[in-house]
Design a protein around this ligand. Structure first.
Ligand code: ZN
Length: 96
């Protein structure tokens, strides 16, 4: 028996156990029944941080149909502005 990974466009990735070499290229999603394509991933991906795995799954899921956004993303609290140190060369420059 071997573990094969499939991905539904609506429900994400899921695993299927089948005999070695018998996995078809696509099967029905257990949640919705639509065709889920077989995907190939590197072994030992469980070491991937959960937040990164979720971000990759979200990017994959919304690749063809982006999420609908209803508001702008929050602005960072502190806008960073570049402050140049006043070196002797900069001090000689004319000021506005
Ligand atoms: Zn599905």
């Amino acid at each position: 028996m071997a573990l094969y990974e499939y991905r539904c466009e609506h429900h994400g990735a899921f695993d299927v156990v089948r005999d070695m070499g018998t996995a078809p290229g696509s099967i029905g999603c257990p949640a919705c029944g639509s065709r889920a394509r077989r995907i190939f991933s590197a072994p030992m991906t469980s070491s991937t941080p959960p937040a990164l795995a979720a971000a990759i799954d979200h990017a994959e899921k919304t690749r063809g149909e982006p999420d609908v956004v209803t508001s702008l993303p929050p602005r960072p609290r502190h806008e960073r502005t570049a402050v140049l140190p006043l070196t002797p060369t900069l001090r000689r420059l004319p000021r506005p």
